[in-house]
Design a protein around this ligand. Structure first.
Ligand SMILES: NC(=O)c1ccc[n+]([C@@H]2O[C@H](COP(=O)([O-])OP(=O)(O)OC[C@H]3O[C@@H](n4cnc5c(N)ncnc54)[C@H](O)[C@@H]3O)[C@@H](O)[C@H]2O)c1
Length: 330
């Protein structure tokens, strides 16, 4: 019989890619929850039983009945947005997560696999980061660390199994380019292809460890069945970091374009460098298959294709951008 998997945040970048991948495996029934605050309904793959609900609502409880595994990905997750509204950040990321764990406990689900973040390393000095450390500083990182503490308590008091995933900078198809501050890959590629001047915040010397969503999904699948992942935390990153300027140069060279970027004031609450020590995941068989150049090529192909289909336009501000701009003025 097919196992039932519930994904929170299914309309988002990682959630929709995960749903796609699990459906392709043909052995799972997929249920998805999202309040569509950031996610896009149209990118939820057909075949997902979708409920437009907020993870903070008790109305999610009946949906957890007969679910085997939960992937909890829903979150408020743009660091600069979280810095502007710490109360909502904690409400969604801590109270919402608590509600998901409670729904899972009541429904006796087998395991919750949930998104932590490499942001919990932002105050750590030593690089590469190993799972033993953490020093969250920003409101987003603090909310993610709190998620892990809740998971520990659900194991201790209710024997609920879980796995924490500390994603580094995940990239791939369906990254939300409409954000106030869009992810680097889509921001650079879309603007360069449209003949606009891309923006770099700060000096461009901050370094990031990028990992492709397909590689992250390999580990998601492993977490479902592999009990060695139970009640453990895993870094998912490439172990290499690139500066924003280096990324800009690589993308420009691949596109054969020579456009000087515009430099703007730095964003608050962001670490100077992220770099994963992913040996814990590698020691139980995970491999990062997509190198950065292959990843850039595949992102360019994806974005060009979406432009041809008319799915990527930046002519008019979306509700999301309008909300973001309003927040930034508060
Ligand atoms: N993308 C990355 O590089 C990265 C890195 C580290 C951690 N993470 C974590 O991974 C998870 C997924 O990230 P993503 O990049 O897919 O983000 P995303 O914003 O694309 O997806 C998150 C989804 O959660 C939904 N959501 C937000 N608040 C909700 C609520 N109250 N109720 C129901 N749904 C709600 C949004 O509508 C959105 O569809 C998040 O928890 C994020 O913090 C992502």
């Amino acid at each position: 019989m097919k196992k039932t998997i519930l994904i929170t945040g299914v309309a988002g970048f990682i959630g929709s890619n995960l749903a796609d991948r699990l459906l392709k495996e043909k052995k799972y029934r997929i249920i998805g929850i999202d309040n569509l605050s950031y996610g896009i309904k149209e990118q939820i793959p057909g075949g997902v039983e979708f409920y437009k609900l907020d993870i903070r609502s008790k109305n999610i409880y009946p949906i957890f009945e007969n679910v085997d595994y939960v992937f909890h990905l829903a979150a408020k997750n743009c660091i600069s947005d979280c810095q502007i509204d710490p109360v909502e950040t904690s409400d969604i990321n801590i109270t919402g997560t608590l509600n998901v764990f409670e729904a899972s406990r009541l429904a006796r689900i087998k395991k919750i696999i949930y998104a932590e973040s490499a942001a919990v390393y932002e105050g750590c000095i030593k690089l590469p980061s190993t799972e033993k450390e953490s020093a969250p500083e920003s409101f987003y990182a603090i909310s993610k660390k709190a998620t892990a503490l809740l998971a520990n308590a659900y194991k201790r008091y209710f024997n609920v199994d879980s796995t924490a995933l500390r994603y580094f900078c995940v990239y791939g198809p369906r990254q939300d380019y409409r954000r106030t501050i869009p992810p680097l890959f889509s921001a650079f590629i879309i603007n360069l292809l449209q003949g606009n001047i891309p923006t770099i915040y700060g000096t461009g010397e901050k370094r990031r460890d990028f990992v492709h969503v397909d590689d992250v999904n390999d580990f998601h699948i492993q977490c479902i069945e592999d009990e060695k992942t139970n009640n453990q935390v895993f870094n998912l990153g490439s172990g290499k970091s690139f500066s924003v300027n280096e990324m800009y140069t690589m993308i420009s060279q691949i596109l054969h374009l020579d456009v000087k970027p515009m430099y703007k004031n730095d964003l608050p609450g962001e670490a100077l460098e992220t770099l994963a020590d992913a040996s814990k995941a590698k020691n139980i068989g995970w491999k990062q298959k997509t190198d950065i150049i292959t990843g850039i090529h595949s992102m360019i192909d994806y974005i060009k294709n979406e432009m041809v289909k008319g799915n990527i336009t930046t002519n008019k501000p979306t509700l999301r951008q309008a909300q973001g701009e309003r927040q930034a003025l508060v």
